[in-house]
Design a protein around this ligand. Sequence first.
Ligand code: HEC
Length: 93
Amino acid sequence: MKLALCVGVGLFALLPATVSAGGDPARGERLHSICLQCHGTELYVPPRRRVTSLKALRREVERYGDYYNPRLSKQDVDDLVAWLNRDFYKFPG
Ligand code: HEC
């Protein structure tokens, strides 16, 4: 059943990697549309939010990144984390 989620994700491989180092929140926001298959952004704000540090946030995104085929690249993870942290979590650093 989880295989169905892979459909469509390949499209994102076509997005140009515009930034080579560090996260690009604008790209992360676009990329996040693939995550909406399972949940919306309500998970990222209280009272649902459970992640409590930037490190944990990255771990969480990497975990879901592994779920896709092809898995999300390091740049994808960087961009998603940058966007999530800028707009929702706001962890320092
Ligand atoms: C297969 C379904 C699924 C997909 C796809 C998925 N998630 Fe999730 N995600 C979940 C579930 C389930 C939880 C835990 C919900 C809960 O704690 O109630 C979760 C939790 C999270 C959390 C933790 C929120 C918190 O603070 O507690 C983050 C961050 C997150 N997902 C990011 C992502 C991102 C980014 C993507 C896309 C790359 C993604 N998820 C794709 C199912 C999914």
